[in-house]
Design a protein around this ligand. Structure first.
Ligand code: GLA
Length: 384
């Protein structure tokens, strides 16, 4: 592959050594949005858009990172990991977590680039964190760190060092993905199972809204807080067995929140219903009923837009247009919301028409050009 060749060439030219190559993919999520931090279920997959890293150890304690796509570099040391408020934090945060976990780290050179569109909600940051975790594992820990532990270290890096309060879905999907499968992950127990997705005749198509509203991060934290507040109210009435929205049912919400706190009710009801939709969706996937699966995707979007209120006009428009195109099983906004992509399941022989219609109508309505990405599922973070 051209990119890995050029990363290798850059690495050799700079450091006069052969690198180890690592591929760390981005992710999609078919259904189960804003459920991960509520101890619910998600259904993601790793995709064939990835960050590639050329890495090697150094004999001193220096850290040299080079982001080829940005044409930027960072130099520091493992002895002093300080936040930079730049992309380097995704790498430094993982080194920091390895150190805090008592795992080995050392000076290293990293040259990386990728094919994940940045800012489209495909989790390029989780992919980068996992890639660095894999590098530290291979270079300094003889490959002994468990995959699930690397997922947790990436998440902590994001939460503590980068300072984004995300859930575990993105890192988990990027690390644990498997080609031709989606992962049904229980974010409470971290138990997971692979469900085969028969992609013969079907395509996963992402439509990029080309917007990223500034609300994204603050509203994400607000939603988390609203869910916690809802849980507290139900807990006060029902007792300590209620620990998260996973323990909450619709009758409980009807009784304790509907009249009292209508806004919290809508937020919590969305999450409870989304978990239910996901479990149903997995059954449809297993029996090959993509039509029924797609209807649940539309249901998810409706809830995200009207009850959880994390969509935006551009995303709603992409879903509205997709609904009218022949050969579309279903579609919904994906990820945190307020911009980024919609995910659509489209009949392969209708792909060309879908592409044309989406482009034309979105442009006519918004003046924005949507970018479409067709994805395949692939294996999680791995050494090449
Ligand atoms: C972002 C976060 C994830 C998850 C989604 C919403 O992608 O990083 O942890 O919460 O939003 O499902």
């Amino acid at each position: 592959m051209e990119l890995t060749h050029s990363l290798t060439a850059t690495f050799r030219a700079q450091f006069n050594a052969d690198p180890l190559l690592i591929c760390s993919p981005g992710r999609v999520n078919l259904i189960g949005e804003h459920t991960d931090y509520n101890e619910g279920f998600v259904l993601p997959a790793a995709i064939d858009k990835a960050i590639y890293l050329a890495v090697g150890p150094r004999s001193d304690s220096q850290l040299h990172f080079e982001a080829v796509d940005l044409q930027q570099s960072y130099t520091g040391s493992t002895d002093r990991l300080t936040k930079t408020n730049s992309w380097a934090d995704y790498l430094l945060g993982v080194v920091d977590q390895f150190q805090k976990a008592g795992l080995a780290t050392g000076g290293m050179n990293v040259v990386f680039g990728g094919t994940i569109p940045i800012g489209s909600g495909l989790s390029s940051s989780a992919a980068l964190e996992n890639g660095v975790g894999m590098a530290l594992n291979e270079l300094f820990n003889r490959g002994t760190v468990d995959r699930l532990d690397m997922v947790k270290l990436s998440k902590q890096a994001e939460n503590q060092f980068v300072g984004v309060q995300c859930g575990i879905m993105d890192m988990f999907a990027s690390m644990m993905g498997r080609a031709n499968h989606v992962i049904k992950l229980d974010c409470r127990s971290l138990e997971y199972a692979y469900a085969r997705i028969n992609m013969a005749g079907v395509r996963i198509v992402l439509c990029d809204s080309r917007v990223k509203h500034s609300l994204a991060e603050s509203e994400y934290n607000t939603r988390r807080a609203e869910c916690e507040a809802g849980v507290k109210m139900v807990q006060a009435a029902e007792g300590d067995t209620i620990r998260s929205l996973r323990d909450v049912t619709m009758p409980m919400l009807d009784k304790h929140l509907n009249q009292q706190e209508p806004l919290l009710y809508r937020r919590c009801a969305y999450v409870v219903q989304e978990n239910k939709r996901l479990l149903e969706a997995v059954n449809h996937l297993e029996s090959g009923n993509l039509y029924a699966f797609g209807q649940l995707m539309y249901g998810s979007h409706e809830g995200l837009s009207k009850m959880y209120e994390v969509s935006c006009p551009e995303l709603d428009m992409l879903v509205d247009i997709a609904r009218t195109v022949p050969g579309v099983f279903g579609g919904r906004m994906m990820g945190g919301g307020f911009g980024g992509c919609t995910i659509n399941l489209v009949q392969a022989d209708e792909l060309e028409n879908f592409t044309n219609v989406m482009r034309k109508r979105f442009l006519a309505r918004t003046g924005l050009e949507t970018l479409l990405h067709v994805c395949q599922t692939q294996n999680g973070t791995h050494v090449l």
